[in-house]
Design a protein around this ligand. Structure first.
Ligand code: AMP
Length: 388
């Protein structure tokens, strides 16, 4: 099936062709026609499935006719600045032959350039909630002309405490509008929000984006806490990983992991909330250009990082919730490519591992390694050899 089936306009088809998208992904197949027919959508799809294009393409299609009216017609809320930048890049690309103006606003940088953009007129605005409310409070932005509201990664926004901000944005929007929510998981908070504002939303659920992603090989290494740094180096070297994303639970931990790897000659950079926007963008650029081999990130900083064909993800610590595990491993195995996710698990993290195994309905394969002898002998853990 090609994108032509959606009756998209020529300028959009041309941009998609240039981008090398020949056929829609499953989430795009389901969501694009529904959004074009002005339905409210609640989509459960992870990053990596093509969900950004699943809402950007139909929004561009819907709004291209209305350019003559002034004002913000679509607002896309994202939890992080990285994701806002990425969604805006997508819009700019798919809409490159359209006369629509897209812009992004987020905190952590001066507002001046953003205000200038807004004053020149914007059709589609991508924003993080804090900066948006700030500029609304200053009277620089109003949402009177809004037709479409998108919440991207709604579960993560609620996790990050944005619920009140989201409610304020909704209260400032016209009652008659189209709502589109995307969320990797559907916790109660998201369901409640959906029920409170949407009328008869169409549910878009994409098989294969569930927690047991078949295209991601998942492994666990049982290890003592103090041997984790040595094991991490061992995994990266043994598998000759050229490009690997390592997750750290804390900012301080991320710095320490990067420092240790650099000391052993493995080039690594850390990104987290204490780094400036500029430093984060630079680290991401270096990683994408392969001049940095390892990017160490906290969960919040990693949200929205779009790196194509990332083959490996390593969890230096297991996350406390299985949802976070799903988000993390979703960084690899994107858009049909295969990937591997490795988790380092010390004895204090066994409970988290159990929950992950339960959630993914399969046991992560346990890998034998040079630092596990004492642990396996002591604890009689089942060990499965792996060549990955
Ligand atoms: P997303 O889930 O939006 O983060 O997208 C994951 C990756 O898939 C991005 O790198 C997109 O550029 C890519 N992608 C999205 N749609 C398509 C498509 N129809 N064909 C090929 N790649 C795609």
């Amino acid at each position: 099936m090609s994108f032509k089936r959606f009756n998209l306009s020529e300028p959009i088809l041309k941009a998609l062709h240039e981008k090398g998208y020949h056929q829609p992904t499953p989430v795009q197949k389901e969501a694009i026609p529904q959004i074009i027919s002005r339905k409210d959508i609640i989509g459960s799809a992870q990053t990596g499935t093509g969900k950004t294009a699943a809402f950007c393409i139909p929004i561009l299609q819907l709004l291209q006719q209305g350019r003559r009216r002034r004002g913000i017609k679509a607002l896309i809320l994202t939890p992080t600045r990285e994701l806002a930048a990425q969604v805006c890049d997508n819009l700019n690309f798919y809409g490159k032959y359209l006369p629509l103006r897209n812009t992004q606003i987020f905190g952590g940088v001066s507002q001046n350039a953003q205000v200038q953009q807004i004053r020149q007129g914007v059709d589609i605005l991508v924003a993080t909630p804090g900066r948006l409310l700030d500029l609304m409070g200053q009277g620089i932005i109003n949402l009177k002309s809004l037709e479409i509201l998108v919440l991207d990664e709604a579960d993560r926004m609620l996790d990050m405490g944005f619920i009140h901000d989201i409610k304020k944005v909704i209260a400032a929007s016209p009652a008659k509008r189209q709502d589109i929510f995307f969320s990797a998981t559907m916790p109660k908070g998201v369901q409640k929000l959906v029920m409170s504002i949407m009328r008869n939303p169409v549910k878009v659920h994409v098989e294969g984006t569930s927690d047991a992603k078949a295209d991601i090989h998942q492994f666990v290494y049982h290890v003592e806490k103090r041997s984790k740094h040595a094991l991490l180096k061992h995994i990266i070297s043994e598998k000759e990983m050229k490009n690997v994303l390592v997750f750290s639970r804390t900012k301080h931990g991320a710095n320490r992991i990067a420092k240790n790897l650099n000391r052993s000659g493995i080039k690594a950079e850390a990104i987290h909330g204490d780094k400036s926007q500029h430093a984060r963008q630079r680290a991401l650029h270096n990683f994408k250009m392969n001049s940095t081999r390892v990017l160490v990130a906290t969960d919040i900083a990693a949200r929205g990082i779009d790196i194509n064909n990332l083959p490996y993800v390593i969890n230096f610590e297991l996350p406390e919730t299985p949802e976070t595990y799903t988000h993390r491993i979703g960084r690899t195995g994107r858009a049909g490519a295969t990937g591997s996710a490795f988790s380092l698990c010390d004895v204090s993290e066994r409970g988290y591992l159990k929950r992950i195994n339960r959630r993914t309905s399969r046991k992560l394969a346990t890998v034998e390694h040079p630092f596990c002898q004492r642990i396996t002998a002591d604890k009689q853990l089942p060990v499965q050899k792996s060549n990955r």
